[in-house]
Design a protein around this ligand. Structure first.
Ligand code: AMP
Length: 404
């Protein structure tokens, strides 16, 4: 079975074509700068990457280009678009109703449109990408995989905010959680690495990238996560502030005469690692600046490690223990110093890492960095959200064909 995975953003459309029989990627790439000018990348294993600058007017044009690359006589990996059995679409938000991956029919699309207000950044482009793909591939099944659905098992005590309850009822203001597809993938992979079943493990997964979140998974179900109503909560991120005292926001608005949109911009685009360091939102730049003696860059990294450590500690308390801590995404997979800072002085909680293994951790591989005899295992696992989306899509195709 061949599954196309699509992740549509406001000016980009990332794609991967999977061959599920071999669990391999036949081709992948990205259409960027959609609606501005346009760049298309097309990558296949063991072949030269193709990059073209060309006009990409909208998502419809983007998916047209993707399909023509995939089916190209010389450079293609399939002979016809009809070889694609189904398309899996990444949605950041599935609201309260879409609590598991689903075939996207009229009802689901209407519901996704109705929750755009609480998902203003990701919702509209994802829906535009879906519409374009449905038009280009009308006869195949289109499946939505929602980052939020992993958190459908979180209990009310962990997702209701202590503000007047009517705001939950009126506006659905509650914790939703994000990055769920990544947390789901790495927690399952962690169980495989430990040779155990997720149903018997307590796992804390740290997805640390440009956006960062931490999730507690107890016996196979998510019980808590650091992101909230929006992907703004939790630890400091590249440009997002993470958790701050809410009164800081209203105070700042009064002091600086800010509109809600202006305040939002400061908290989402000018805060986090960039805001603290004043150097960059990119962890590599901040490390380099720290090496040159920049104090605020050093502080930004300390604040991030401190924030992660506090959340790990709170999840160990919430779950009454942990069997494994997992690091994933750009920073989690590549920044050994960050992992070391987070895991230092955690031996009281049973977390001890082997610093040599951690420092020499090979890129792109699953690695156990725990010290010998450490009661809690610490693992580095490259995330693979696209494969998880392809698997869910395949499962729904199989389920549907069995029903027929
Ligand atoms: P992501 O959003 O998962 O692509 O992660 C992006 C973040 O990962 C950025 O802050 C990068 O600086 C960081 N990152 C990527 N590679 C490294 C590396 N080798 N060392 C430190 N941080 C890295």
């Amino acid at each position: 079975m061949k599954i196309l995975v699509v992740n549509a953003g406001s000016s980009s459309l990332k794609y991967q074509l999977f061959d599920m029989e071999t669990a391999s990627v036949l081709a992948r790439g990205n259409c960027e700068r959609i609606g501005i000018d346009g760049t298309l990348t097309y990558k296949r294993p063991c072949k030269e990457d193709i990059k073209k600058d060309l006009s990409i007017k909208d998502h419809r044009a983007a998916i047209g280009l993707v399909l023509s690359c995939l089916t190209d006589k010389d450079e293609g990996v399939i002979s016809d678009a009809s070889e694609i059995d189904a398309v899996g679409h990444r949605f950041a938000h599935g609201g309260e109703r879409l609590s598991e991956s689903a075939v996207l029919g009229e009802g689901e699309i209407e519901y996704l449109e109705s929750i755009v207000e609480i998902n203003p950044l990701h919702g509209p482009p994802a829906l535009a990408g879906l519409a374009a793909c449905k038009e280009a591939m009308p006869s195949v099944m289109h499946v939505g995989v929602f980052d939020t659905s992993y958190y459908s098992t979180v209990e009310k005590k962990a997702y209701i905010y202590p503000i007047p309850y009517e705001y939950y009822e009126k506006y659905k203001i509650r914790k939703y959680g994000f990055h769920g597809t990544s947390h789901r993938y790495v927690s399952r992979r962690a169980a495989e690495m430990l040779g155990r079943d997720t149903g018997e493990l307590k796992i804390i997964t740290c997805h640390l990238g440009n956006g960062s979140s931490i999730t507690a998974t107890k016996y196979g179900s998510a019980v808590d996560t650091s992101m909230g109503f929006t992907p703004q909560d939790g630890v400091p991120m590249g440009t997002r502030c993470g958790a701050v005292d809410p009164s800081v926001v209203t105070y700042l608005m009064k002091k600086e005469g800010l509109t809600p949109a202006e305040a939002d911009k400061i908290l989402t685009s000018k805060s986090g690692l960039l805001g603290i360091s004043g150097v960059s939102s990119d962890c590599r730049d901040i490390r380099a600046a720290k090496e040159k003696g920049d104090g605020r860059s050093a502080l930004a990294l300390e604040i991030l490690a401190h924030g992660i450590k506090k959340i790990i500690g709170s999840y160990i308390a919430e779950m009454n223990g942990a069997d494994a801590i997992v690091f994933t995404a750009g920073i989690g997979e590549n920044d050994g110093e960050m992992r070391e800072s987070v895991c230092s002085d955690m031996d009281f909680l049973g977390i001890k890492i082997n610093t040599d293994v951690n420092r020499n951790c090979p890129r792109g591989e699953d690695v156990d960095i725990s010290a010998e005899g450490s009661p809690v295992k610490t693992l580095v696992i490259p995330t693979n959200e696209e494969y998880m989306i392809a698997l869910d899509t395949q499962n729904l195709v199989i389920k549907n064909s069995e029903r027929k």
